[in-house]
Design a protein around this ligand. Structure first.
Ligand code: TNX
Length: 536
């Protein structure tokens, strides 16, 4: 199911020109529709760009002889070329056109991708123009180019996302777009502990998240039910602690090579992996694997239920911090990103005074690895190192709001994951076959119709890093179920993170969302056809 970009094709410009010239009349004669642009419907983009202007009479149609030109400084050539290869490998599959990628040649390259745009666009910003002559995407970085190409994919007919050859024409409505994100943190979290997901499944989830310009992929790698990442200095964490999952089915874990593959795959789609090792609670898998981590020196059995709050690392033992030092060192070595998440939630079995002792000591093991500390909102009760991030998971309750403000008052940033709006494991409505409802039912509208700036009263705007939609997997044991819970809600959270506050409007969004249905059909996404959306 995963769609890997093919390795770049090294083709000589002369050969390509010859091929394009030879192919032109033949293909043009055999497919006249492709040569005649037909007015394309107004594009329905998610997330909504900062500015989007229609260019009347400037529709463009992708041709069998279209050539993609890449314009970039030598420093960024490889990365820009890779973005072009990602686009063309997908479009070759669906259009059947050769779509060679070459350096820009005026008059020949009708699709132009450039990373030589002004720095004023920002690292993720881009400009995109479609007119009679062709398409251009301009950014200041390969990352901005990738975001722009993501928009370009949505401007094409939905069938452009299909995995097999489709009939044209491939029309694009004339448009001029200038776009950049509202927040720097736009994430989703996947819980691979409660149920384990293979590398291929994780890649598929990353692919789908990247279509909505998300840039953080938080992996919940250790919880009571399973430890999922290899740690050489404590091997039983995975060999024993990772062996099962909820309901006692076989679990699994990622070797270092597999985790590196996930990190690389995410990075190729401009998502930063944020690894989470949940502590001091949610640690039964570790406690079961090593008796010495327990205060009484007795290892509990593996746990395959779905209760929370019953386990705790032993705060008074030195071995606990030796363990965390080893774990965070090895996890940091495998994570090029600047953040490690240490959990910190629901430590109901850790005495409060112990919790206050524990978090700063665990945080010190993270900063020792030159990483920023991230943790669930409870960590705000303790002093946090500079650059920390607290993750709000409240349900509009005063206590959670207070913790978010406490984090901000210490200079920490806050990522908003309100459980009653952003939790993708909550049921949509009473008919949802799986998922939970402890935070309430989360309809598509509930998931979208809120403003990150005003969610927590008196939380300064400057403290908000962005938004994240977690998908916890107590009840979700396969990819179909993940897709069903994430779609259509994940794109809503993505829009809250990317689009300007003034652009957020449920009625207009709902209409744009309806147009994504055909795209998900083309991608074989098992999405929930929420009855309040007009799918088309
Ligand atoms: C709460 S939110 C949890 C998780 C559960 C989730 C289920 C948070 C920080 N902890 O342990 O999986 O609810 O919705």
């Amino acid at each position: 199911m995963t769609r890997l970009a093919r390795p770049s094709r090294r083709v000589s410009l002369v050969g390509l020109l010859a091929a394009a010239l030879l192919a032109t009349p033949l293909i043009a004669m055999s497919t006249p529709a492709a040569a005649q642009p037909v007015a394309a419907p107004a594009p329905a983009l998610i997330p909504k760009p900062t500015s989007q202007q229609a260019l009347a009479g400037q529709d463009y149609s992708l041709k069998p002889w279209s050539v993609v030109g890449v314009d970039s400084s030598s420093k960024e050539r490889r990365a820009a070329q890779k973005v072009a290869d990602q686009l063309t490998s997908q479009l070759r599959r669906s259009t059947g056109y050769p779509l060679p990628v070459v350096p820009v040649v005026p008059g020949l390259t009708d699709i132009k991708l450039s990373t030589n745009g002004p720095t004023s666009l920002g690292a993720e910003g881009y400009q995109l123009r479609v007119d009679r002559k062709g398409v251009s995407v301009t950014a200041a970085t390969p990352e901005g180019l990738f975001r722009g190409v993501t928009t370009l994919r949505q401007l094409l007919p939905a069938k452009a996302d299909a995995g097999t050859r489709q009939a044209g024409p491939w029309n694009l409505a004339g448009t001029a777009i200038a776009d950049s994100p509202r927040f720097g943190y736009r994430g989703t979290m996947l819980d691979v502990s409660r149920h384990f997901f293979s590398v291929a499944e994780v890649k598929r989830y990353i692919d789908l998240a990247s279509l909505y310009k998300l840039n953080k992929f938080h992996m919940h790698l250790a919880d009571d039910q399973g430890w999922r990442i290899q740690v050489d200095s404590w091997p039983r964490l995975t060999t024993y602690g990772g062996s099962l999952e909820v309901d006692g089915t076989p679990g699994g874990s990622y070797t270092k090579a597999e985790f590196a593959e996930i990190v690389r795959y995410a990075a190729d789609r401009y998502l930063q992996v944020i690894p989470e090792i949940d502590t001091p609670g949610h640690t039964n898998a570790a406690l079961a694997s090593y008796a010495q981590l327990n205060c009484d020196g007795v290892a509990p059995p593996l746990y395959t239920g779905t209760e929370v709050g019953f386990s705790s690392l032993c705060v008074g033992k030195q071995v606990t911090y030796d363990f965390l030092g080893d774990v965070f060192r090895e996890v940091a070595q495998q994570s090029p990103g600047d953040v490690i998440h240490l959990g910190g939630d629901e430590a109901h079995s850790t005495p409060h005074s112990d919790y206050l002792t524990f978090v700063p000591k665990a945080a010190a093991q993270v900063t020792k690895q030159h990483k920023r500390v991230m943790g669930w909102q409870e960590i705000a009760e303790t002093p946090l190192p500079p650059g920390s991030i607290a993750q709000y998971w409240g349900t509009d309750d005063a206590r959670s709001q207070e913790l978010a403000r406490k984090a901000a008052a210490q200079g920490a940033k806050v990522v908003l994951s309100p459980a009653n709006r952003a939790y993708l494991d909550m049921k949509y409505d009473d008919s949802t076959p799986y998922g939970q409802d402890w935070a309430g039912l989360v309809s598509v509208q509930t998931g979208y119709d809120w403003n990150p700036s005003t969610l927590v009263p008196n939380l300064p705007e400057g403290a908000i890093a962005g938004v994240e939609a977690p998908i916890w997997t107590e009840t979700l044991d396969n990819l179909d179920k993940l897709e069903y819970m994430a779609f259509p809600r994940l794109p809503g959270i993505a829009e809250l993170g990317w689009s300007q506050a003034s652009a957020l409007d449920w009625t207009a969004y709902k209409d744009r969302l309806g147009a994504q249905g055909s795209r998900w059909d083309a991608l074989s996404v098992n999405f929930y056809r929420a009855p309040e959306i007009n799918w088309r």
